[in-house]
Design a protein around this ligand. Structure first.
Ligand code: FAD
Ligand code: FES
Ligand code: MG
Length: 288
């Protein structure tokens, strides 16, 4: 784990809005770019007084020292981050954190990405294919505009299936319906990765369970320190307490206590809403 320092560190080198409210940033972080592996994340601070937020490393370039993050604006800190521009510097960036995905040559595998989970599943998909797997990928979002990284995913997979909940693009339906179809057809799937909103990951595990296929999920628990000290990211897996930041973020989804996980995700909902409203009001006042 590195804490990157120096005048050029954490500088935003490129910024792109790749879908409404979904932003892709390339940030200078050479030490992280050198070491990070698929499945790992960073924790960043936008400014000195801000909160620490975890974000998956969606891509990295070991030569030019850049890492890519893709995030959705869902509250105050992601809104603040979305206001930063090329040339601006993040206050701090720590990583790589968490355990890398277990990449091996399994045979046929399926990777599933929902919403911004597509950005998290992308490097895993790419690495699985590079390791010799036949990788069937399924990506989905609510509507056409929210499908991200389709070209990258196409290149990274052996076969890519795209779905939208409202049928505005590609197949109509949830990624889990397509997953079920794939598993009915493909008799030799060895492992599934499913990354996205908690209800999607839970549903994907329900689909794969009758087939007895190990299903890896990446839990987006609320984190503070990211070092296993504060207990914020506590989850129960197979009846044991685990900390997502140091024991995860990937776990066997069939063993996760989903109701507890989802309850804990929503535990600051009221405060987060108030905080986002206060931030938006302050921005409005500042802009006249
Ligand atoms: P808030 O209004 O504060 O919260 C909105 C919701 O975001 C909350 O209800 C909660 O579910 C979640 N959240 C809030 N604070 C935290 C926190 N400190 N840690 C984790 N979740 C929080 N999002 C992306 O868009 N792209 C990613 O690649 C990505 N990768 C993640 C990787 C990991 C390992 C984890 C744990 C989370 C990841 N997230 C990712 C989620 C991201 O951290 C939250 O969306 C972000 O913290 C929200 O902050 P906010 O202040 O804008 O929203
Ligand atoms: Fe504090 Fe995981 S974020 S223990
Ligand atoms: Mg917040």
């Amino acid at each position: 784990m590195y804490l990157v320092e120096g005048p050029e560190m954490y500088k935003i080198i490129s910024k792109r809005e790749i879908a409404p409210n979904i932003i892709s940033l390339e940030v200078a972080a050479p030490l992280i770019a050198k070491r990070v592996k698929p499945g790992q994340f960073i924790i960043l601070l936008v400014d000195e007084r801000g909160e620490r937020i975890p974000v998956t490393v969606a891509d990295y370039n070991r030569e030019n020292g850049l890492i890519r993050i893709v995030f959705q604006v869902v509250g105050k800190t992601t809104a603040q981050l979305s206001q930063m521009n090329e040339g601006d510097q993040l206050f701090s960036l720590v990583g790589p954190l968490g355990n890398p995905s277990e990449i091996d040559n399994y045979g046929t595998v399926v990777t599933v990405g929902g919403g911004t989970g597509i950005a998290s599943v992308y490097p895993i998909t790419r690495e699985l294919k590079e390791a010799g797997n036949r990788v069937i990928s399924i990506i989905g979002a609510k509507t056409r505009d929210l499908i991200i990284m389709e070209d990258e995913m196409k290149k990274a997979s052996t076969e890519l299936l795209v779905t939208t909940d409202d049928g505005s693009y590609a197949r109509k339906g949830f990624v889990t319906e397509i997953l079920d179809e794939v598993l009915q057809k493909e008799k030799d799937v060895k492992k599934v990765w499913a990354i996205g909103p908690a209800p999607m990951m839970k549903a994907a595990c329900e689909v794969t369970k009758p087939y007895g296929i190990e299903t890896i999920v990446s839990l987006n628990a609320i984190m503070v320190d990211g070092t296993g000290m504060c207990g914020s990211c506590r989850v129960t897996v197979n009846g044991e307490t685990k900390f997502v930041c140091v024991d995860g973020p990937e776990f066997n989804g069939h063993l996760v206590d989903w109701p507890e996980f989802m309850n804990r995700l929503a535990r600051y909902g009221q405060l987060e809403k108030l905080c986002f409203e206060a931030y938006r009001n302050a921005c409005r006042e500042e802009n006249g």
